[in-house]
Design a protein around this ligand. Structure first.
Ligand code: MGD
Ligand code: MGD
Ligand code: SF4
Ligand code: MO
Length: 721
């Protein structure tokens, strides 16, 4: 008789880290459920966690390296020849065109994979190129730049203490659907309901009445891209009314006067028209926030992927600081993870060099991905001639995807480390597929550091990797070893390094990290070890977040910079844009924003039938007033036209969006030729990033302004000019 077996792990698809209970019979998965004994997620799971099974079984998932033939077919090749060929091609291109001729792009799942977190950075360093890109610059880069400027480290990101706050101001985030970001907190609806039950308030500021807004005491529509003005208006009221209370933060905070001087110019009456929120509402909100027993403002993707992303994230922090809500229970706090990423990753530097063509700043050694296509397409010294992508799909996820796609076709060489032949990797010459997520161990090094409680959990491999497959980290180690071996001496060093890392493995490295981390006691003593973490199969709760400042600050003087020069300087741009917004409203344009959906995960989980079936989801939401003005009705197909291109999408008329705003989800558009995703191709949708504009960026950080793109609508039957 075969026995049922239970396996426990943390889902690594999004940041929520839900505990999963996977039931197996005869070695096959029969059920995936939320793990009720996980102290953090307590049984919560979303449909994607259950779809891990589809991912595991997906016939389209690559299981061996492939090379594209000149005719466009894919042929199987051996790992060793794939590694050798990639290393040879990259080195050859670098020797002919210079080190910067090779670019890398790292996508989102890489951050969810401990092996990659450990191994990708040193692979990239070996390439010695400045053309390093990632999904950070279509996501959280403004958070990092603001944190670096204010707290001294790009990863010192305050997390809302959602379980203990009394006033939660959510701007540009929809955690009920996204399950939270830079805020690891599984089961967000439960947490928000608990907040309301204990008498707390939830206020959501969003151009769409979202699923999170549906749970709120108050929802305010805001015109996309104007959050900085709202925050300046709120801060104005707080200073003008004498509600500033830094509390213990006063002892180590600089720049209060400078901030006061800046916000003096932004009374609510001045910013109301631009934001679409009345002066009275701004005043009331500011006072309610400042006088709540404890409050926290949280701004996420909607605040980052806009022209004033860094300003907005700075002002979110500033609002929390001047009301005494930073580093305080129920406010914005700094977690203490068992492995502290601040110690392992660079604190950051901004603008130490600039992108070649447009002069966008690097941050922590990375350039903004909005510049990638032009770096490939623009001839001259330093032009990108080869690209390595890893766990990324920039054709669907970065602005002006069509331009990037055209650029990829001109490359001398491209390699991808990915599980699929998709919209991006189909342009590669060689694809190296890593093992699937259930086939390797994992530890969420980054997300335990962004969590609303201190917890630690290890995920063992569920299945042995198939014969002749490699983990992501082994792939990078092999490539690095070959690339680092320029001379016989370097080759020897690289082989020794390789031997040590193979010997330690992911587990060995993790054990050392725990032993020498904040809860460890080194090689001896009774501190945290990997063995202890492994023994607690449901995870270990290390308690609620604790105040950590000023000790945790990374600024040289151990003080918070409330008015950092980077941002006070950028106020010139903020002021000019406010004057423009007031002088010249949108002249016929609508502002296009995105929309995350529970059964999606960026661009790459649409090949699971259970996640995509049902009603068409890739629809354009249009407010009834705008629909009427354009003479369009639900179900009708329209051309959505921006500076860079045009897409056709079916309309859904809905007062869920603010008048003047239209919304389309991202990550769709799977009907491009050569995409080998059989299910996704049947539900293709269109890619919003074929109309987002690579020229629209947050200048302070270079992050793409994917939200609030000006577009026009034309019924699809009309000619588009
Ligand atoms: N318009 C608009 N655009 C957006 C956004 C938006 O809100 N609006 N959001 C942005 C955000 S926040 C993000 S993070 C980016 C995401 O941008 P990307 O990271 O570029 O895109 P993903 O869709 O996450 O693609 C992940 C890729 O990793 C592969 N993959 C999955 N698991 C593994 C693995 O274990 N190993 C390897 N090697 N590969 C794997 C998948 O097949 C897929 O090709 O998109 C951004 N783009
Ligand atoms: N189901 C699902 N979950 C996901 C993902 C997914 O694709 N699907 N992606 C994961 C990733 S990579 C990330 S980074 C997180 C993101 O997590 P969230 O930040 O919660 O993501 P969104 O749901 O895109 O929420 C952004 C909100 O900002 C609003 N918005 C747009 N423009 C503006 C603006 O100018 N001002 C304001 N105030 N609001 C604006 C949008 O309407 C939207 O409701 O989600 C993660 N979780
Ligand atoms: S919410 Fe995120 S972590 Fe939880 S099951 Fe869904 S995808 Fe996985
Ligand atoms: Mo993201």
């Amino acid at each position: 008789m075969s026995q049922e077996k239970r396996h426990y792990r943390a889902c690594n698809l999004c940041e929520a880290l839900c505990g999963l209970e996977i039931t197996l019979k005869d070695g096959a998965i029969t059920r995936i459920e939320g793990d009720r004994q996980d102290p953090f997620s307590r049984g919560y799971v979303c449909p994607k966690g259950v779809a891990l099974q589809d991912l595991h079984d997906d016939p389209n998932r690559l299981r061996h390296p492939v090379r594209r033939t000149p005719g466009g077919a894919w042929q199987r090749i051996a790992w060793e020849s794939a590694f050798d060929e990639i290393a040879t091609r990259l080195r050859d291109i670098q020797s002919r065109h210079g080190l910067n001729a090779v670019a890398t792009y790292q996508g989102n799942p890489a951050v969810h994979n401990f092996g990659t977190v450990l191994s990708f950075p040193s692979f990239v360093r070996t390439l010695k190129t400045r053309n390093i890109y990632s999904a950070s610059s279509v996501d959280q880069l403004p958070h990092m730049v603001a944190a670096h400027a204010m707290f001294g480290h790009g990863l010192l990101l305050p997390v809302p203490d959602v379980d203990r706050t009394e006033f939660f101001l959510v701007m540009g985030a929809n955690p009920v659907v996204s399950n939270g970001s830079l805020m690891t907190a599984p089961g967000m609806s439960r947490r928000l309901e608990a907040l309301r039950r204990r008498g707390g308030k939830l206020v959501v500021v969003d151009p769409r009445r979202t699923e999170t807004a549906a749970l709120a005491d108050q929802h305010l529509f805001i015109r996309p891209g104007t959050d900085a003005y709202l925050l300046l208006g709120m801060l104005h009221v707080i200073f003008a009314d004498g509600l500033v209370r830094l509390g213990r933060l006063a002892a180590f905070t600089d720049g209060v006067e400078a901030l006061a001087a800046i916000v003096r110019d932004f009374p609510p009456a001045r910013v109301a028209a631009a934001t679409g929120i009345s002066a009275t509402t701004i005043e009331t909100l500011a006072r309610a926030f400042a006088t709540a027993p404890v409050a926290v403002c949280y701004g996420r993707v909607g605040l980052s992927i806009q022209p004033f992303g860094t300003t907005a994230q700075w002002l979110v922090n500033a609002l929390n600081i001047v009301t005494g809500n930073l580093d305080r229970e129920g406010g914005a706090m700094f977690p203490k993870a068992a492995l502290d990423p601040l110690e392992r990753f660079t604190a950051g530097h901004l603008g130490a060099w600039k992108s070649r063509v447009r002069g966008l700043p690097e941050f922590a050694g990375e350039l903004p991905v909005a510049a990638l296509a032009e770096e490939i397409l623009t001839p001259g010294k330093g032009q990108v001639r080869a690209l390595v992508t890893i766990a990324g799909n920039p054709v669907l996820s970065t602005p002006n995807g069509k331009q990037l796609e055209a650029a990829l076709q001109t490359l001398e060489f491209m390699a991808s480390v990915d599980i699929y032949i998709n919209e991006t990797t189909r342009h590669a010459h060689i694809i190296l597929p890593p093992t699937g997520t259930l086939e390797h161990e994992n530890y969420a090094a980054i997300f335990h550091h962004l969590s609303v409680r201190n917890t630690v959990k290890y995920s063992p491999a569920l299945f042995a990797p198939a014969a002749d497959t490699r983990h992501d980290w082994q792939i990078f180690l092999e490539l690095e070893t070959r690339l680092a071996s320029r001379t016989p001496f370097e080759a020897l060093k690289a082989q020794v390094r390789r031997g040590i890392r193979l010997g330690l493995g992911v587990d060995g490295m993790l054990d050392l990290a725990f032993r020498f981390g904040p809860y460890g006691t080194g090689l001896f003593g009774d501190g945290l070890t990997l063995a202890k973490v492994k023994a607690a199969v449901h995870g270990i709760d290390l308690g609620p977040l604790q105040p950590a400042l000023p000790a945790r600050l990374w600024t040289k003087n151990k003080r918070i910079a409330l008015a950092p020069e980077l941002l006070t300087r950028d106020m010139t741009r903020v002021r000019a844009a406010l004057d423009d917004a007031l002088a010249e409203p949108l002249n016929g344009h609508l502002l296009l924003i995105g929309r995350r959906q529970l059964r999606s995960n960026n661009s790459w989980m649409h090949n699971s039938e259970r996640l995509v079936r049902g009603k068409e989801r890739c629809t354009l939401l249009v407010h009834p007033q705008d629909a009427q003005r354009h003479g369009i009705v639900s179900g009708q197909v329209v051309n959505v036209v921006s500076r860079v291109g045009s897409i056709r999408a079916p309309v859904e008329v809905s007062d869920e969006v603010m008048p003047g705003v239209v919304s389309l989800p991202h990550g769709w558009g799977h009907d491009r030729p050569g995409v080998q995703l059989d299910v996704a191709r049947r539900y293709p949708g269109v890619s919003i990033n074929d109309v987002t504009d690579e020229q629209l960026v947050d200048e302070a950080s270079g992050n793409a302004a994917l939200s609030g793109v000006p577009v026009r609508l034309f019924p699809a039957t009309e000619a588009v000019t």
